[in-house]
Design a protein around this ligand. Structure first.
Ligand code: ADP
Ligand code: MG
Length: 888
């Protein structure tokens, strides 16, 4: 036997299926058998470790959580803790009272952490204290306390692939949302995952092996942790049974999941994993919805990134994004909802108008300041309730919950006074949970300790027995002070002290010099360097009384706290509903505030397919400190005479800004927001696509041009006549003629196809302006410019027409290029402009873009010199020369 192999076998699978295994057998180099008998405690550890399914295990030992073996090595490295060794077993401990912080740091680094606690009182245990796995925390299920207002949702996703079809299940435990999605295409799956940006993905080993590239692409730019589990967890039949059992139904058709086996499998596996393996509370997950993409505007990954909807493209240079402009929310729930709205704008006119009405309504309320103050005090209800449910919330969080609930009556009545039907409905739906607040208020003091075990959390008058014991303890403390004074008098020892230590209990301390005056009734307990400690009969009696009172108080407090937790948790579902109402109110209020603050107007949302914007502005650029004056611009895209706008102009003129602005305004309008413009009509758009030529995407390991083309191709497949397509310098990633040809063909496809999306095409290829003369529906616009004595001046105004000249050289001059270089460039430009027409093709027909090869060169290329005799060569040379003379 190879001892290393066997050791490794036990290392990777030390805990075999056989739980009673208490002996590890291994063999040394000479083949001699060695057995390691496990202590009962290590057996217990192994059991927990097996159950932890690969998570790091923190094992409670007295006042510490200990990690062993490889876990200890990893944890000591990650947390920079000392690694110790006991009988060849590596160990690493963290103090139990500070464990939350350590666990959080491990989870932030992407680890899963299992916690095994003592489940019986060590004092009462016979033999080994029993320990059990109580919870496993992971990136998506770890909800930290301490009132952090988290603006992004913690989604846990599971993915499957059955017969080529992908199933996706998405859960957010804190808000109890559970949805599924299915698709056949890897591209859709990638987009969806990007949109969700989950914290954690559950998948099978088989999936991991089969879709390596997909997984690499998803995880490259986001910190998503992958949780890979055995294939059998994803058995379709088991998964389905699991869901039926969980929802207590006989068929899933009621959820609209008929035939969605890949989705059902993903959802069932996820519930199984979270509930049974990760020990998360899941009983509050009461519905499962298929996500219907046709209910909201489609925004793919490239569009979300290019338009900087949720994050700036270059985080190092700026932290401005559309959401940062619109986010004036006061609560974490609101902040998260706003992000959800932005990822899925509405496409239903009535629904958009209903949001608009509510916003207009709120804009007219003049007491928003008082309202804001109340809203600010509503903490993260969803996460607090999750922590209460998982029994991780401390007394302070209950007080914080109470204070949050206490704001709801004001919010409810404020909204009730508004006229829009949406706000009225919200007001009716918002249950202020006054009873729950009262129960917490009656129970807990205003400033309780962090942990219930620290004691002193309940108010006087809450529980008679507790009051009695507390009074007794308080009284006996007075007794202790009085006793000390009495002893001083009786013995005449002025320095006599009565005190307490954990180790030795109560004592009477007398300094060395005074020990002779100590009466016989004192018994010596402990000798110190400078004195002695004694105990008296009276003090002994007191000790017994007080210690039993202390442990009783602790017991009662723990029990009361658990009861309180249970009572409050029973409101879990309805408090979540209230949280949802608050989130909506908060987002609508935020949009109202922004509209007021930034001078936005309410666009008219129409069924008709046309977009008309007067004096529109780019919401992000106009808000930059570096933009002193933003020039507003109009836009008309009626889908008929004006379907495709070809926008030309020099570098830095404002092309990209303008076309992005249009897309941003449409998205804003469709979440219900007001927009930076003087007036606008927006015909609802179903999908927005935004592509930038040759974007640098080296991280994804594809050539930039390939990415550009792949992204453009996906538009051509997906766009409909109700879509908006923004193409910025498409074709830039390749040589000029190639680029122009591709850009031309793309534009032609978009205009001539069965489905004509509204398109904005920004390009510096002057040749493309010919499109307008060839294709009905295409029009040319350019960015106005004037030439002054100092050089070009960008007016930033978008006007009909064509940029007739390349201003590149002017821009170069502005950029401080040496005068000699500028002069030479101008000279070269003149020469190029005079070159014969076949070199600079007229963009009449796309195929003309490919320059015709000179026939002489062609003939020369085809010539096989090895077969020519000298005479033949001369004849050929003569012919070619004649041909050239003729050509010129
Ligand atoms: P292009 O795409 O034509 O090269 P950009 O759209 O990138 O030009 O614009 C260049 C810069 O000009 C922007 O960063 C912005 O600061 C400024 N700019 C663009 N449009 C406007 C405008 N309408 N008003 C004011 N400044 C603008
Ligand atoms: Mg540009």
């Amino acid at each position: 036997y190879n001892s290393i192999l066997i050791n490794n076998y036990f290392k990777s699978k030390p805990f075999c299926k056989n739980r009673t295994l208490a002996t590890i057998v291994s063999f040394d180099q000479r083949g001699a058998m060695e057995t390691t008998v496990l202590t009962p405690m290590m057996q217990q550890w192994l059991e927990c470790k097996t159950q932890a399914k690969g998570a790091l295990l923190l094992f409670r030992l007295g006042d510490f959580y200990e990690a062993f073996e490889d876990d200890a090595k990893l944890i000591s490295k990650e947390l920079e803790l000392t690694l110790t060794q006991r009988q060849e077993t590596p160990m690493c401990g963290i103090p139990a009272h500070a464990s939350e912080g350590y666990i959080e740091r491990l989870v932030m680094k992407g680890h899963r952490v299992a916690i095994a606690d003592q489940v019986e009182d060590p004092k009462k245990a016979k033999g080994l204290v029993s320990r059990k796995l109580v919870r496993i925390v992971s990136p998506a299920t770890h909800i930290p306390g301490g009132g952090i207002q988290e603006k992004t949702s913690s989604y846990f996703v599971s993915i499957t692939n059955l017969d080529g079809r992908f199933g996706l299940a998405v859960i957010d435990l804190a808000s109890a949302s559970f949805t599924v999605y299915e698709t056949d295409s890897v591209r859709d799956l990638t987009n969806e995952l990007f949109r969700i940006s989950p914290k954690e993905i559950l998948l099978s080993r088989r999936f991991q092996a089969k879709f390596k590239e997909l997984l690499a692409e998803i995880t490259v730019s986001n910190s998503i942790s992958l949780t890979v589990q055995d294939d059998w967890l994803f058995d379709p039949k088991d998964a389905q049974d699991r869901l039926l059992h969980h929802f207590n139904v006989t068929t899933l058709d009621g959820f609209g999941l008929k035939t969605m086996l890949p989705a059902i499998t993903a959802a069932g596996a996820l519930l199984h994993y979270l509930g049974d393996w990760q020990l998360c509370p899941i009983e509050h997950i009461t519905t499962l919805r298929p996500q219907v993409s046709t209910h909201s505007m489609f925004l793919d990954r490239a569009t979300l990134t290019n338009l900087e909807i949720l994050e700036p493209t270059d985080k190092a240079r700026s932290n401005n994004s559309l959401v940062s402009i619109l986010d004036e929310t006061k609560t974490a729930m609101g902040a998260r909802l706003l992000r959800q709205w932005l990822k899925a704008p509405l496409i239903d006119v009535t629904a958009i108008k209903s949001r608009q009405d509510a916003i207009s309504d709120l804009m007219q309320q003049d007491n928003l300041v008082a309202f804001d103050e109340k809203l600010c005090q509503v903490r993260d209800l969803e996460r607090m309730m999750y922590r209460i449910k998982t029994e991780t919330a401390g007394p302070k969080e209950f007080v914080s919950l109470r204070q949050s609930l206490e704001q709801l009556p004001f919010i409810k009545s404020f909204i009730a006074n508004c006229s829009s039907s949406r706000l009225k409905t919200l007001s009716e739906k918002l249950d202020p949970h006054t009873e729950c607040a009262k129960i917490i208020r009656d129970a807990l003091v205003d400033n309780p300790p962090f942990r219930a075990s620290d004691g002193g959390l309940f108010k006087m008058g809450y529980n008679d027995k507790l009051d009695e014991l507390l009074t007794l303890r308080q009284g006996s403390q007075n007794w202790l002070v009085a006793y000390q004074e009495r002893l001083k008098l009786e013995t005449g020892i002025k320095t006599l002290k009565v005190g307490y230590t954990r180790m030795f209990g109560y004592y009477i301390e007398v300094s060395r010099a005074q020990t002779e005056r100590v009466p016989d009734t004192f018994q010596r307990r402990q000798t110190l360097t400078n004195g002695e400690r004694y105990i008296s009969h009276e003090l002994k009696e007191y000790e017994e009384k007080i210690l039993s009172a202390d442990s009783l108080i602790e017991e009662i407090e723990q029990r009361l706290f658990q009861e309180l937790r249970k009572t409050v948790a029973s409101w879990h579902d309805t408090i979540l509903q209230a949280a949802k109402c608050v989130a909506q109110i908060d987002v609508l209020r935020s949009l109202a505030i922004v509209a007021k603050m930034r001078g936005y107007v309410r666009p008219e949302i129409i069924e008709d397919s046309a977009i008309e914007i007067r004096e529109g502005r780019h919401p992000i650029i106009e808000s930059l400190a570096s933009t002193s004056h933003f020039v507003a611009n109009d836009l008309v895209l009626d889908g008929k005479d004006q379907s495709l706008i070809c926008l030309t102009g020099p570098n830095m003129a404002g092309k990209s800004t303008y076309i992005r602005q249009v897309a941003l305004l449409v998205i804003m309008a469709q979440i219900g927001s007001s927009i930076p413009a003087s007036r606008a009509k927006i015909g609802v758009i179903d999908k927005v696509f935004s592509r930038i030529g040759a974007s640098d995407d080296l991280a994804r390991g594809q050539s930039t041009f390939m990415v550009e083309m792949a992204e453009t191709a996906s538009i051509l497949h997906q766009a409909t006549e109700r879509s908006l397509v923004i193409l910025d310098e498409i074709g830039r990633g390749t040589s000029t003629y190639d680029g122009i040809s591709i850009a031309w063909a793309v534009a032609e496809h978009l205009l001539k196809g069965a489905k004509k999306p509204k398109t904005l095409f920004a390009t510096h290829y002057y040749e493309l302006t010919e499109l307008a003369t060839k294709l009905p529906g295409a029009v040319n616009y350019t960015v106005a410019i004037t030439e002054t004595q100092e050089g070009v001046l960008f007016l930033r105004r978008i006007v009909p027409g064509v940029a007739d000249k390349s201003y590149g050289i002017h821009v170069a001059r502005l950029a401080g290029m040496p005068q000699s270089v500028i002069a030479r460039a101008e000279e070269l430009l003149k020469k190029l402009e005079q070159t014969p027409p076949q070199v600079k093709p007229k963009p009449t027909q796309p195929d003309l873009f490919v320059p015709k090869e000179n026939p002489v060169i062609k003939a020369l290329k085809e010539l096989d010199i090895t077969r020519l005799t000298p005479i033949e060569a001369l004849v050929k040379l003569d012919a070619l020369q004649k041909q050239i003379i003729n050509l010129c």
